[in-house]
Design a protein around this ligand. Structure first.
Ligand code: COA
Length: 258
């Protein structure tokens, strides 16, 4: 049981809700510790996709907890950044896909958490931003790394250097989010997308995620060789055999993750 996380199963989809509404779901070290524990125990053979959202109608995550950071010294600041960054790296490298359902403010650590997810869907009232320089700090949960990769260096620098948040339509325009939907539909739309992913061969989806993530950091020849090996391994799975057999025999097959 967690104090600030609500965890649910919706069939083969896991739903994680960050719940600290009195601070607009700002991330303190307790919440980060709980997320760390949740991710360490996540079983990708039980759940084929994870959806992360925030409690309430106003905020996904309004950043790292400013009241906790206010009195940190350099060493403690670095340790806090390392904690957040390592939790978000676990999100990014979770075996199955992770969808951020961004239901309002995604500022600072909230924007960085969304960036660590594979796919971002937001409500029309969402606001994205990296306001850290207005507090005398920089994005510390890997935002300087992932934002530039997501939206390009020029736009990332503008967002980080000005601290000015953007609205959902601008987030869509610059490719920060995959889709903008009415707030009342957000969770259903995210779960629908998650269910579409969960209906595919899970080991193949996991392999594709690994190839895309790893390929980003490799040179083209190494990335292609990495994909070649992963492609080959797919043919050692039962789902490949049954999936192709079912196609050829015009039948339906429910993937088993084997
Ligand atoms: N850390 C700690 N507390 C936070 C917080 C954060 N990142 N973001 C919001 N809160 C708290 C507020 O202090 C306030 O607490 P209080 O009720 O005890 O005063 C509560 O959440 C509600 O926020 P409030 O500012 O009153 O709501 P608002 O609608 O006027 O403004 C925001 C919403 C998100 C624009 C504003 O809260 C904000 O700018 N938050 C900080 C965002 C930020 O800089 N994040 C990056 C941190 S590195």
């Amino acid at each position: 049981m967690y104090t600030h996380l609500k965890t649910e199963s919706r069939g083969q989809v896991a739903l994680l809700t960050i719940s600290a509404p009195q601070s607009l779901n700002a991330l303190n070290s307790t919440i980060l510790g709980e997320m760390n524990d949740y991710l360490d125990h996540f079983d990708a053979s039980l759940h084929r996709c994870l959806v992360i959202t925030g409690e309430g109608a106003k905020s996904f995550v309004a950043g790292a907890d400013i009241s906790e950071m206010a009195t940190l010294d350099a060493a403690a600041g670095e340790a806090f950044g390392r904690l957040g960054a390592s939790v978000f790296r676990k999100v990014e490298t979770l075996a199955c896909p992770v969808i951020a359902a961004v239901n309002g403010y995604a500022l600072g650590g909230g924007c960085e958490l969304a960036l660590a997810c594979d796919i971002r869907i937001c409500s029309d009232n969402a606001r994205f931003g990296q306001p850290e320089v207005g507090l005398g700090i920089i994005p510390g949960f890997s935002g300087t790394v992932r934002l530039a990769r997501a939206v390009g260096m020029g736009m990332a620098k503008q967002l980080i250097f000005t601290g000015k948040p953007i609205r959902s339509d601008e987030a869509l325009r610059i490719g920060l989010v995959n889709a903008v939907v009415p707030q009342a539909e957000l969770l259903d739309r995210a779960l629908e997308l998650a269910a579409q992913i969960a209906a595919q061969a899970p080991l193949a989806v996991q392999a594709a995620k690994k190839c895309i993530n790893s390929g980003w950091d490799l040179d083209a020849d190494e990335a292609i060789a990495f994909e070649n090996r992963a492609f080959g391994r797919c043919f050692a799975t039962e789902d490949q055999k049954q999936g192709m057999r079912a196609f050829l025999e015009k039948q339906k097959y429910e993937f088993q993750g084997k």
